[in-house]
Design a protein around this ligand. Structure first.
Ligand code: ADP
Ligand code: MG
Length: 260
């Protein structure tokens, strides 16, 4: 691929910061006979917040999972900066440190405290000492407003608090990009708010984020761009104002009306 070689040869290009941080090129994925992603192209700049919306089954989760190699693409390429995420010799674990993910299902270890849930990866993957990991975990728990819950077990935490521990755990790896897959859809509205506030804080810090959500207040306030996906294809992409107020496609309009 000529573009990539060219980019590598010209270091000043990336130094100027003109290159997108995340590039998705013609990604296809099928499960059996069902083509779930039908040629996805998307470029996301550093510091941008890309909100992905679309009907259930349109391929949103599959796309996010391809971004951090939880799912392998059938064809196409994904780049994080100069690194091809989808290259066979790229270590998926290295990718997952750089691209953190928060899921709808809050998957904390039940037998570990909030702090231990965060230190685990720091110890095992990052090789930090116990003291370093503890310090880092406490600072990440503080960042999500849970400094006082470090010794609590998941069963002692609300759904919103558990989800914030999950965010702290991903942030602890110091990722370049954070992926969120419907992080609030299992939560009651008041618990959703505390998670959305943490996410808004990350937006304010300039974190690059790809967020699947039906929370249109977040999309309106936080998104740089909204991508509307249907049947494994990008129907339309644009700034929130355009997609909400003046979408080009009838299908986009119907979707936003249906979730209002
Ligand atoms: P969304 O997140 O937009 O609801 P998904 O990416 O989860 O959509 O799913 C898209 C389609 O792919 C659905 O039809 C789903 O059933 C199918 N699918 C997703 N993951 C798998 C899998 N591991 N095995 C088989 N089919 C899958
Ligand atoms: Mg999904």
């Amino acid at each position: 691929d000529g573009t990539v070689r060219e980019r590598g040869a010209d270091a000043s290009e990336s130094a100027r910061g003109t290159e997108p941080l995340l590039r998705i090129e013609d990604v296809h994925k099928s499960y059996g006979d069902e083509e779930v992603l039908r040629g996805i192209d998307l470029e996301i700049d550093r510091g941008d917040v890309e909100v992905l919306v679309g009907p259930s089954g349109s391929g949103k989760s599959t796309l996010l999972r391809c971004l951090n190699r939880l799912t392998e693409v059938d064809s196409g390429h994904i780049y994080l900066g100069e690194t091809e995420v989808t290259a066979p010799d790229t270590d998926p674990n290295a990718v997952r440190q750089q691209i953190g993910m928060v899921f709808q299902d809050i998957n904390l270890f039940a037998h570990l405290t909030a702090r231990k849930n965060v230190t685990l990866g720091l110890r095992k993957v990052r090789g930090l000492s116990a003291a370093e990991a503890r310090q880092r975990a406490d600072s990440e728990l503080d960042r999500v407003g849970l400094a006082d819950q470090a010794d609590s077990y998941p069963a002692q935490l609300s759904g919103g608090q558990k989800q914030r521990v999950g965010i702290a755990r991903a942030l602890a790896m110091d990722p370049e990009v954070m992926l969120f897959d419907e992080p609030t859809s299992a939560l009651d509205p008041e618990l959703s708010n505390e998670v959305l506030e943490v996410m808004q804080g990350l937006v304010a810090e300039g974190m690059t984020m790809v967020v699947v959500t039906h929370e249109m207040r977040f999309a309106r306030g936080g998104a740089s761009e909204i991508t509307f996906l249907a049947d494994g294809e990008i129907v339309e992409r644009g700034p929130p104002e355009t997609l909400f107020e003046n979408p080009e496609h009838e299908r986009t309009k119907q979707f936003f009306e249906s979730i209002r």
